[in-house]
Design a protein around this ligand. Sequence first.
Ligand SMILES: [Fe+2]
Length: 153
Amino acid sequence: MREWLTVGKSGTIEWAEMKRRFAWEFNGMRLHEYYFENLTPTATALDHQSQLYKKIEEDFGQYDLWEQGFKGTGGMRGIGWVILVFDVQTGRLFNAWLGEHDTGLLVDTLPLLVMDVFEHAFLPDYGLKRSEYVEAFFNVIDWKRVENRLRPV
Ligand SMILES: [Fe+2]
């Protein structure tokens, strides 16, 4: 709904509820776009010469430590998203957890790698074996796409 169509309705419960739900709906849409865009059936490993690989090693010590942290975040209880983000302010990478679609988004960060950990993403194929879903996710990452999301500060 366009903002100008609701002018004068800001005192209503409906208007307030629409405002409260906006981030949930917007982020849900955008995060799914990022998620599906960073998947490919022809995955290859992240290029060790890439800027992203070097940045991961710089910020997490080793690539493997970053991967463990990302997967570990994906194994946390609850539903939401795991996102490798790039902080535009400091140039640092973080593995972030977003509860639902709208809780925990870090301001001024760019999503690089996005993994859906709502039940609908893994239950149909993996049941309660969420860790197998996370492993399978790593086999279909489009690293070229993820690399291209990293922009210089
Ligand atoms: Fe989803």
